[in-house]
Ligand binder design. Structure first.
Ligand code: ITT
Length: 190
């Protein structure tokens, strides 16, 4: 089954295709002629996932899905949340975002956080949403070089290492995105 995944993030594309597995051919935005950044103007992850999926559907009429992900830190009242990509700068500067997060967390005892992924699927013109959550804590220093984004600072519950220190398979098996894509797979089977 061919389906468009509305992302410009190559890391996400790799993670999602690994979890979706055989039987699904992910089509990229470039392949359907969308080369501009899709504006993420929503105030919530749910809104942004919807905006991205509708943007693609309205231009192509193809079945598609989009995810929006945020890191929600308890001691920062849920920040960076929906602004996770643009926490430190206007762009997707992972290193600057991690530096800012460590700075904001320097005197915080409560280091609880979660990653939340919302996926909006539009199939046959009908829209559905699923989500995936992983709880954990923010490390006191970066560790590991796998994954992307905030992975070097996120220690999932039940583990002593960050997502960036795990193999891609290990991260996918417990991550927010892995869980959301598992729910997406169930929707696609129906
Ligand atoms: P698209 O909108 O093109 O899909 P994006 O990078 O903007 O790509 P999101 O808005 O969903 O993706 O994610 C916001 C930021 O959250 C992202 O830039 C990363 O910094 C961070 N992030 C998302 N998923 C992550 C993950 O699995 N591990 C660590 N950080 C992640």
């Amino acid at each position: 089954m061919k389906i468009v995944f509305a992302t410009n993030n190559a890391h996400k594309l790799a993670e999602v295709s690994a979890v979706l597995g055989e039987g699904y051919e992910l089509v990229t935005l470039k392949e359907v002629g969308i080369t501009e950044d899709i504006p993420e103007t929503g105030e919530t992850l749910d809104e942004n996932a919807t905006i991205k999926a509708r943007y693609v559907y309205e231009r192509t009429g193809l079945d598609c899905f989009a995810d929006d992900t945020g890191l929600e830190v308890e001691a920062l009242n849920g920040a960076p949340g929906v602004r996770s990509a643009r926490y430190a700068t206007d762009g997707h500067d992972f290193a600057a975002n991690n530096r800012k997060l460590l700075l904001e967390m320097r005197d915080k005892e409560n280091r609880r956080a979660r990653f939340r992924t919302v996926i909006s699927l539009i199939r046959g013109g009908v829209e559905q949403q699923v989500e995936g959550i992983v709880n954990g804590t923010i490390a006191t220093a970066e560790a590991g070089c796998g994954g992307f984004g905030y992975d070097p600072l996120f220690i999932p519950d039940g583990h002593q290492i960050t997502f960036a220190e795990m193999s891609a398979e290990a991260k996918n098996s417990i991550s927010h995105r892995g869980r959301a894509v598992a729910a997406l797979t169930e929707l696609l089977k129906k």
